[in-house]
Design a protein around this ligand. Structure first.
Ligand code: DLL
Length: 433
């Protein structure tokens, strides 16, 4: 039986959802106009006033916000409430330029934790469950978000944070953890380690995993499910909008339900910035309609996916977003062809490899090169050169048919590619160095 955290909202009719959105959106735009001079200027530049925004249908009139805006006014320029009403900050890892620092009032933390609680219930979680949170705690939103959601559901929460893999496994076994929350790449690593310790799916008490924070393929999902003997659920979110729980998967696992009473999604063409119809693939844009401290309006996520309003078998009515294919900024352009790391991952796993790989891009004699380095599994490891060459050829053919361009394949020995405890770094683009 499907289990909901807030059924009256999660299963509300489209009319009810619309009514909530219209009310919250119009109020939010007024608040932002009055309290955030930076965004007000953007609205003025576009000739829009709060009176122009009467319902969700008017959303497209509002200006966009992007990471560049956040950097420009770092740290306080988008605050929607006085600092005295803020109780928390969280931050992104900020690999390029300034970190994003997001602010939360008590209300904001509460709605964020509700979203995470919905995700945990959708994965079958109840107060009978033991939920191990192996996302990083601290500035990263993964640990604190799922921790809060787990408390709300009433699970016995194990806040291991990431890392110290053998201790993670000890807690899973000793405390009989039933739900694991971490990045999919770390789940894969935990699975690998348990296998090495001689533990099969039947020896592992886990029944569900809530994995997100990075793009991962369907193939990787099946691998993790098989190794750990669980059902693996996807969860999506970003610091700017709270953190994990902006959307989450249900038992149907056909897209992630966006918590539409808090976030309105749109898909735009990243070039023309035009809003695209249902089903079309483009850049995901979110408007947070009741967040107080950090009220993002039409925030461009750079994530690429599509939306569907079709009825879902789980009973939830909120719109679903497809698994993000990747980000506009991790799409590689190789000899003019668009390549996403997730496409490469699909080919590798379909050919029997685990998701231990690295993609090295370079430019040699003015030509882009793509080198896919992938670990052989212990079972396929051999020093028979004929066998290795045959495997390489096979994989090159698979990549060529998926990507439409030639890639070099390097098969490396098991355990030579670094494992990740958080978000995996899959691409090394030497053209940018
Ligand atoms: O990664 C929040 C989070 C924590 C989500 C734990 C899920 C679980 P940031 O560090 O700000 O926040 O990174 C946000 O990560 O724009 C996407 O590009 C990517 N991302 C997050 N979840 C998914 C997912 C957290 N399920 C950025 N699938 C987003 C694909 C994801 N990409």
């Amino acid at each position: 039986m499907e289990h909901y955290y807030q059924p009256e909202i999660e299963c509300a009719s489209r009319e009810e959802i619309r009514a909530i959105q219209n009310e919250r959106l119009t109020a939010q735009v007024k608040r932002v106009w009055e309290n955030v001079p930076y965004y007000r200027k953007k609205m003025e530049a576009k000739g829009v006033t709060p009176e122009d925004i009467r319902s969700v249908d008017d959303l497209h009139k509002l200006p966009f916000l992007s990471k560049a805006d956040l950097r420009e006014v770092y740290p306080y320029g988008l605050l929607g409430k006085p600092l005295s009403e803020c109780v928390r900050i969280q931050s992104t890892s900020g690999t390029t330029g300034k970190r994003v620092v997001a602010f939360y009032t008590r209300h904001d933390i509460d709605l964020w934790e509700d979203c995470c609680a919905r995700a945990i219930c959708a994965a079958g979680g109840t107060n009978e469950d033991v939920c191990q949170v192996s996302y990083g705690y601290g500035l990263f939103t993964g640990g604190p978000g799922l921790n809060g959601g787990s408390h709300k559901v009433g699970c016995l929460t194990i806040p291991t944070s990431s890392g110290n893999t053998d201790r993670q496994i000890m807690f899973i076994l000793d405390l009989q953890a039933t739900i694991l929350c971490c990045t999919p790449s770390y789940a894969a690593y935990l699975g690998e380690r348990m296998k090495e310790m001689g533990l099969g799916p039947d020896d592992i008490p886990l029944k569900a995993g809530i994995f997100g924070a990075e793009a991962w393929s369907e193939e990787m999902r099946h691998d993790i499910e098989k190794t750990l003997g669980i059902k693996a659920y996807d969860i999506y979110g970003l610091t700017e909008l709270s953190g994990p729980g902006v959307s989450f998967e249900c038992s149907a696992q056909e897209g992630m339900h966006v918590n539409e009473d808090h976030f309105i999604p749109e898909i735009i063409d990243p070039e023309t910035e035009e809003v695209l119809p249902e089903g079309a693939e483009g850049e995901l844009v979110f408007t947070a309609i009741d967040k107080e401290a950090f009220p993002m309006l039409r925030y461009r996520t750079r994530d690429i996916c599509s939306l569907t309003y079709e009825k879902c078998s789980c009973g939830r009515t909120h719109v679903r977003m497809r698994k993000p294919k990747g980000r506009t900024d991790d799409m590689l352009i190789i000899r003019g062809v668009n390549v996403f790391p997730s496409q490469i991952e699909t080919v590798l796993i379909n050919h029997g490899y685990a998701a231990n790989y690295q993609i090295v891009v370079d430019r040699v004699n003015n030509t882009d090169t793509l080198d896919v380095q992938v670990e052989m599994t212990p079972e396929m490891f051999t020093d028979n050169m004929g066998e290795i060459t045959a495997r390489q050829k096979d994989l090159m053919a698979g990549l060529q048919s998926m990507l439409g361009i030639r890639a070099k394949v390097s098969l490396v020995a098991p355990k030579t590619i670094a494992r990740s405890e958080g978000k995996a770094i899959r691409v090394i683009d030497k053209r940018k160095i």
